[in-house]
Each structure stands twice: as structure tokens, then as C-alpha cells.
Design a binder for this molecule. Structure first.
Ligand SMILES: *Cc1c(COP(=O)(O)O)cnc(C)c1O
Length: 429
């Protein structure tokens, strides 16, 4: 092999995988096992002491899941990755080593609806809190950081509103405060955006979406850049101070750039148990093999459909960062140069009632809660995913009552436009 770094299209097929040493199987086998036989008692003891890396029990590690972890870490340009059972599990797992009761995370107002609920309500049960800020206002982000802040959290391309975060600027604020920046890269995928190159410390994914790509399994992943100095302050004792559960082992001192990844497996998965199963990892590995091809078509179709909708008199506005009319169009080139993704919203003349009629009249578009599928999908966020939010929160998240969200699939764009055309006719008649 040449020494030149491999391209994305090669890595999405090969990174982390090798022919199965036992059988030569070329495709990564589904290691459907919970346990692994130890060579002898010393081997078992070394594994349990974290002195040797290997497979102990599938709540912590599994060979099929390990291939996926290496694949995603490679595509994101990270040092290591931890897969878990869903995107929401990944968010809790990502915060867990950083937070303690009384600590907070400064987060963008523009987030996936479920994340807003998780951060504004559920994490309070752990004694954690989230401070929501407009991430276009850097002074406000800085002002929201206090002595108890342990992380900054945003999405690269925010779901659902066609919003793009200025990752470099936010990473600058995080750096200055000595805090890790966590970026949810679900909507962009590493094909469109690699947050670590913009200064992110950790990247989280709902692998349920584009990475798997076909709406078959839920999963999540946390990628660690390996670049954060956990020992620079006393804010992150889980990573820098002696760990009582491992005889006083210090993760950062022992594992260096892999400290966060090891902690995520040895403490996070071991004790929270939000484990990805090998079947899910298999489906996601299948999906990732074609990620770049799918994302190219997703973006191409999204641009075509968004342009058509923007010119349609039955539509009030389209919020897609890939349209020159978007206030975030200028950020595409620096944050996600291969395209602004395939999720956007548009406002239907006739408001809430017209949106409901539109959703019911569509034939190719499915009315579903997921996104990032090969199929085109639609949802009226205000009556579904963003239903638990106040109208003010809905608007801030780009999910006002007169707006529907599209997840543009990889079908023929002419068919998607024809479907929207007939449904808009019924909705606004
Ligand atoms: C879907 C989604 C999540 C949550 O992931 P699940 O796999 O559904 O738990 C988090 N963030 C974003 C941007 C998402 O689209």
C-alpha cells in the first residue's frame, strides 16, 4: 500500500475491518455472543484490571461493535469512539464523565426536540442542568459559562431548522474557558462536516439516522478527538483523579489521548449499560459503506426540492441553509462545504391546519418521527416531536406551528416535487 492517507470513500468501507481471523470471512461477522473465553486466569485478571485490552463481556465490548467504533472514529478524525444504544444514550454517556451534581452544560437553543426535553427536564434528576443560549451570540455563550459549567453543546447542522453553527467561533469560546465542546453531528455526518477539524472535543451521533441510513436500528456513538487536556484543571476528576472502582487508576495519566474512550467503556458502558447490540452494529456498518454516495444524492435532492418550494406561491418560506436566501448560506463553505444536508423546514400558507392536511395528503413522503432515511419523510414538528415544548421554544428550535420538516431521501427528485405539488394543492384549497 502507498503511504498516502486514504480517502473517505475507501475508509467508509474498510476502516476498522479486516478478514475474520478464524474463518477468513470478508464481511464483518455478527459476533452474537455475550461472553468470551479467557485464555487463563491471569489473562482474565489482566483484562479486568484494564492492563490488557480485550473482550470480557458484551455490555462493555463486542467485536462487531468494535469495528463500527473504529470506523466512525476514523471517519470523524477522532482518537476513539464508544457506541451505545441510541443517540439519546450517547448524549448522556457523553456528559457522564464530565458532570457531577450541581454542574451545568451550556447548550444551543437550536437542537433536536428530544434533546431539548432531555436537557431541560430529564438531566435535572441527576442534579445536572443546561443553560440554553443563542449560539449566534458569542457574548451570550461566554456570559452563560460559570464555575460549574463542564461542557458546551451544539449541533453542527441543527435539526430541524436549516441552521448551521459557526463551530470555529464556538470552539474558540470553549477553549478560552477551558471546556470541552461537544458537537452533535447527526444531521451532517462526517461526510459533510468533521467537527473535530473545527475544534470540537467530542462528537456525538444518533447512528439511527444517516449513518445507518435505512431506518432499521437505533444507535448512538461518541467520538473523542483525544485532544483535550483533562488534567489542566480540577474540573474533570472522573478522568484526572484516582478512580476508586479501579484501585485508584487515573484514566488520563494511564491512557493519555484514549482516556475518555476507555472511561466511556470501563465506567460508562459497564455501569450505565446503554450498550449497542451486535445486530445493530451490523446494520449500521452496512449503511456506512455507502454513506458518501447517499449523502451526495440527499444533498442534490434537497437543493432541488428546496428551490422548487421557495418559488411556490403556496409556501411562505423555506429554511434551508443551502439556499442563497438563508442567513446561514455563508457558513456552508466553511462548516460543511459538500452541502447543507437534507433536512429543512418550510412554512405552509394556511398555518397549523394546512400543515396537518399536507402531511395526510402526501403519498411518497412518509409521516414519521425519524429522519436520515433513504425514503423521504415529513413531520409536523409542532404537533409531534416538539409537542412538549412551549410555542416560544418551538419557534426558537425552528418548529413553529405553521412549519413542517422534510427529510429528503434519495428517490427521483421529480417524483418528490410531484408529490409535494399535489399535496400542497389539497392542503391549501
Ligand atoms: C434523532 C436525533 C437524536 C436522538 O437520537 P436517537 O437515536 O433517536 O436516540 C439526537 N440528535 C439529533 C440531531 C437527532 O436527529
Amino acid at each position: 500500500m502507498t503511504a498516502q492517507p486514504m480517502g473517505f470513500d475507501t475508509l467508509q468501507i474498510h476502516a476498522g475491518a479486516r478478514p475474520d481471523p478464524a474463518t477468513g470471512a470478508r464481511q464483518t461477522p455478527i459476533y452474537q455472543t455475550t461472553g468470551y473465553v479467557f485464555r487463563d486466569a491471569d489473562h482474565a485478571a489482566a483484562l479486568f484490571n484494564l492492563q490488557e485490552v480485550g473482550f470480557i463481556y458484551s455490555r462493555l465490548t463486542n467485536p462487531t461493535v468494535a469495528v463500527l467504533q473504529e470506523r466512525i472514529a476514523t471517519l470523524e478524525g477522532g482518537a476513539g469512539a464508544i457506541c451505545c444504544s441510541s443517540g439519546h444514550a450517547a448524549q448522556i454517556m457523553a456528559l457522564f464523565p464530565l458532570m457531577q451534581p450541581g454542574c451545568n452544560v451550556v447548550v444551543s437553543t437550536r437542537l433536536y426536540g428530544g434533546t431539548v426535553t432531555q436537557f431541560s427536564q430529564t438531566i435535572k434528576r441527576f442534579g445536572w442542568s443546561a443553560t440554553f443560549v443563542d449560539f449566534d451570540d458569542l457574548a451570550a455563550v461566554e456570559a452563560a459559562i460559570d464555575d460549574n459549567t463542564r461542557a458546551i453543546f451544539c449541533e453542527s447542522i441543527a435539526n430541524p431548522g436549516g441552521y448551521i453553527t459557526d463551530l470555529k467561533a464556538i470552539a474558540g469560546v470553549a477553549d478560552k474557558a477551558g471546556l470541552p465542546l461537544i458537537v452533535d453531528n447527526t444531521s451532517a455526518t462526517p461526510y459533510l462536516c468533521r467537527p473535530i477539524e473545527h475544534g470540537a472535543t467530542l462528537v456525538v451521533h444518533s447512528t439511527t439516522k444517516y449513518l445507518t441510513g435505512n431506518g432499521t436500528v437505533t444507535g448512538g456513538c461518541i467520538v473523542d478527538s483525544g485532544k483535550f487536556d483533562w488534567s489542566a484543571s480540577d474540573k474533570f476528576p472522573s478522568l484526572s483523579a484516582p478512580e476508586p472502582a479501579y484501585h485508584g487508576l487515573k484514566f488520563h495519566e494511564t491512557f493519555g489521548p484514549l482516556a475518555y474512550t476507555f472511561h466511556g467503556i470501563a465506567i460508562g458502558l459497564r455501569d450505565l449499560g446503554m450498550t449497542m447490540n451486535p445486530q445493530a452494529a451490523h446494520y449500521t456498518l452496512m449503511g456506512i459503506e455507502t454513506l458518501s454516495l447517499r449523502m451526495q444524492r440527499h444533498v442534490e435532492n434537497a437543493v432541488t426540492v428546496a428551490n422548487w418550494l421557495e418559488k411556490d406561491p403556496r409556501v411562505d418560506f423555506v429554511t434551508y441553509a443551502g439556499l442563497p436566501s438563508s442567513p446561514y448560506y455563508g457558513r456552508v463553505e466553511s462548516v460543511c462545504p459538500k452541502g447543507a444536508g437534507a433536512l429543512f423546514t418550510f412554512a405552509v400558507k394556511g398555518g397549523y391546519d394546512a400543515c396537518i392536511k399536507l402531511v395526510d395528503a402526501l403519498e411518497i413522503f412518509s409521516h414519521v418521527a425519524n429522519l436520515g432515511d433513504t425514503r423521504s419523510l415529513i413531520i409536523h414538528s409542532a404537533s409531534t416531536t416538539h409537542r412538549q415544548l412551549t410555542e416560544e421554544q418551538q419557534k426558537a428550535a425552528g418548529a413553529a406551528p405553521n412549519v413542517v420538516r422534510l427529510s429528503i431521501g434519495i428517490e427521483d427528485s421529480a417524483d418528490l416535487i410531484a408529490d409535494l405539488d399535489q399535496a400542497l394543492a389539497k392542503a391549501t384549497a
